[in-house]
Design a protein around this ligand. Structure first.
Ligand SMILES: NC(=O)c1ccc[n+]([C@@H]2O[C@H](COP(=O)([O-])OP(=O)(O)OC[C@H]3O[C@@H](n4cnc5c(N)ncnc54)[C@H](O)[C@@H]3O)[C@@H](O)[C@H]2O)c1
Length: 272
C-alpha cells in the first residue's frame, strides 16, 4: 500500500547489499511512497551483491562510495544532487561491520587494528556522512537522517562483541550532530534500534539463531522484521514526524522494556 509519504522528496540510501538487507526493503518502500533516491554501497559490496537489480526495480542510479572515505562521500553527495535535481530530503545510513566478529575474535581478545576499522565503518562513517552533507549544505530544511542501531548499545549481549561499542558511539553521534543539524539546518537525526534480523550482517553474529529465537519469545509483538524497519524508517522520512529528533527509537516488538515473558519462563519452570 502507498500513502505517497515521500512524494517529491529526494534521498540517499546506504547499505543495500542483497534483498535481505534492511536498506533494500527501505529502498523498495521509499520508491512505493513516491521518493526518488540514489543507492550507494562500498565498491566491493556492489560487486558481490545485487544492488544493480534494486536500481532497476526502483529506477535509481548507483554511486559507489566507501563510507569511510571523505572523498567518496563528497563525490556521492555532489553527484546525487545533480542526478536528483536538488537538495536531499532523506538519508539512510544502514552500514555495519566488525572484523573481530567476522573472524571470531573474542571481546576480551580484540585485534585493535580490526576494532578501529570496525568503528570507522560502523560509527565514524555516520559522522562523516553528516559532516559531508552539512558542509556542502546539501540537506533541505525539514529533511531527515536515520541510522540503524541495536540494543547492545545499552545492554549486554556478549556475542555482539565490539559492535556493541560501535552502536553506542553511533547513537551518540546521532545526538551530537543532530543538535547542530537541527539548530542550523532544521534537519532531524535519529537512530532506529532494530530487532535481530536475518541479514548478512545480522547472521554474522555468533549464536544468531538462539539470539533471534530468544528475542522473539521475549517480545509481546514478536521481532520486528526488515520490512517493519523499512516502514518505520519511511515514517521518519515523512513530514508526519517533523519534530522527532536526537532520539534512539526502538523498533523491537516491545523487547527493550521486557523483564521476562511467559514463553521464556516456561523453559525454566520445573515440570516434575
Ligand atoms: N540484522 C540485524 O540483526 C540488525 C539489528 C539491528 C541493527 N542492524 C543494523 O542495520 C544496518 C544494516 O544491516 P543489515 O542487517 O541490513 O545487513 P547487511 O549486511 O545487508 O548491510 C550492511 C551493509 O553495510 C555495508 N558496508 C560495509 N562496509 C561499508 C563501507 N566501508 N562503506 C559503505 N558501506 C559499507 C555493506 O556493504 C552492507 O550493504 C547495520 O547498521 C546493522 O548493524 C542490524
Amino acid at each position: 500500500m502507498s500513502y505517497n509519504l515521500l512524494k517529491g522528496k529526494r534521498g540517499i540510501i546506504f547499505g543495500a547489499l542483497d534483498e535481505n538487507s534492511i536498506a533494500w526493503k527501505t529502498a523498495i518502500r521509499a520508491h512505493e511512497e513516491g521518493g526518488a533516491f540514489v543507492l550507494t554501497n562500498a565498491p566491493v559490496s556492489i560487486r558481490m551483491g545485487q544492488i544493480d537489480q534494486l536500481a532497476k526495480i526502483t529506477g535509481s542510479e548507483v554511486i559507489p562510495a566507501d563510507a569511510t572515505s571523505e572523498d567518496d562521500l563528497k563525490n556521492l553527495v555532489e553527484k546525487s544532487m545533480e542526478i536528483l535535481g536538488g537538495k536531499i530530503d532523506f538519508v539512510l545510513h544502514s552500514i555495519g561491520m566488525s572484523i573481530n566478529v567476522r573472524k571470531g575474535k573474542h571481546y576480551t581478545d580484540q585485534n585493535y587494528a580490526w576494532t578501529q576499522k570496525g568503528t570507522d565503518v560502523s560509527a565514524i562513517s555516520f559522522h562523516k556522512v553528516m559532516q559531508t552533507l552539512y558542509k556542502s549544505d546539501a540537506m533541505n530544511e525539514w529533511g531527515s537522517i536515520v541510522a540503524l542501531s541495536y540494543m547492545a548499545a545499552q545492554r549486554v549481549f556478549p556475542d555482539y562483541n565490539d559492535m556493541a561499542d560501535n552502536k553506542a558511539y553511533l547513537e551518540s553521534v546521532a545526538r551530537s550532530f543532530g543538535y547542530f543539524f537541527g539548530r542550523d539546518k532544521k534537519v532531524r537525526v535519529n537512530t532506529i534500534s532494530q530487532s535481530p534480523t536475518a541479514t548478512t550482517a545480522g547472521s554474522g553474529v555468533k549464536g544468531f539463531d538462539g539470539f533471534i529465537a530468544y528475542a522473539e519469545k521475549m517480545s509481546p509483538l514478536g521481532n520486528a522484521s526488515a520490512i517493519d524497519c523499512a516502514n518505520y524508517t519511511i515514517t521518519l522520512f515523512s513530514d508526519l514526524t517533523k519534530r522527532v529528533t536526537l532520539q534512539n527509537l526502538y523498533n523491537d516488538g516491545g523487547f527493550s522494556n521486557m523483564g521476562v515473558s511467559d514463553a521464556v519462563m516456561e523453559a525454566f519452570i520445573d515440570k516434575q
